[in-house]
Design a protein around this ligand. Structure first.
Ligand SMILES: CC(C)(COP(=O)(O)OP(=O)(O)OC[C@H]1O[C@@H](n2cnc3c(N)ncnc32)[C@H](O)[C@@H]1OP(=O)(O)O)[C@@H](O)C(=O)NCCC(=O)NCCS
Length: 157
């Protein structure tokens, strides 16, 4: 059955978003690695001047989120997930495009991120959005799993 279109809003996260974001990270991203993106750490990101935490909210429910850190010349997408029941409805793409627009507004045209080598869904997702895989990083995930480094140059068109 096709997934229903969602009625969601994308905005910057507030303090009250930290807990559901941390829980989604634990359940959807950090499985098998130990929970490091705790509520306290997410809250620190929400308050950090060089980090944007974006949420897609469907009423009170968290449909997805992304955490992006800004450097001088590039932005690093640190953490990103969509709720399992909201996937393949365009929420992830909309969140990435929102974060890209924010980076461009800040004068940054290069976005980097890492994904588990063994995460074909995420790799397909970023490929569909115009991102390129640049290299493999051995043991990136706490020495236990390899990552693929992924990037998009927004100014390259
Ligand atoms: C990867 C993830 C963020 C995708 O979010 P999403 O909201 O389902 O993605 P979208 O609906 O916006 O998909 C956009 C396009 O990406 C591609 N895509 C997304 N999920 C895919 C999958 N499971 N398999 C293959 N392609 C996929 C498709 O081309 C899709 O377009 P389509 O649905 O019209 O075919 C989501 O699966 C997720 O949260 N996974 C667990 C956490 C994770 O891996 N985070 C990223 C780590 S860096």
């Amino acid at each position: 059955m096709p997934r229903q279109a969602l009625n969601y809003q994308i905005r910057l996260a507030r303090a009250g978003d930290a807990r559901p974001i941390a829980e989604m990270s634990r359940d959807c991203i950090e499985q098998g690695l130990g929970w490091r993106w705790t509520e306290t750490r997410v809250l620190a990101c929400i308050r950090h001047p060089a980090v944007n935490v974006a949420v897609a909210r469907e009423g009170p429910a968290l449909a997805g989120f992304g955490i992006m850190e800004y450097g001088d010349d590039e932005a690093h997408l640190l953490l990103f997930a969509v709720h399992p029941q909201r996937r393949r409805t365009g929420v992830g793409a909309a969140l990435v495009r929102w974060l890209e627009a924010t980076a461009l507004t800040a004068g940054i045209g290069l976005i980097r991120l890492e994904a588990r080598v063994n995460n074909p869904e995420a790799r397909s997702f970023y490929r569909a959005l115009g991102y390129r895989e640049t290299r493999t990083i051995r043991g990136f995930y706490r020495g236990r799993e390899d990552a693929v480094s992924i990037a998009r140059d927004l100014w390259a068109g």
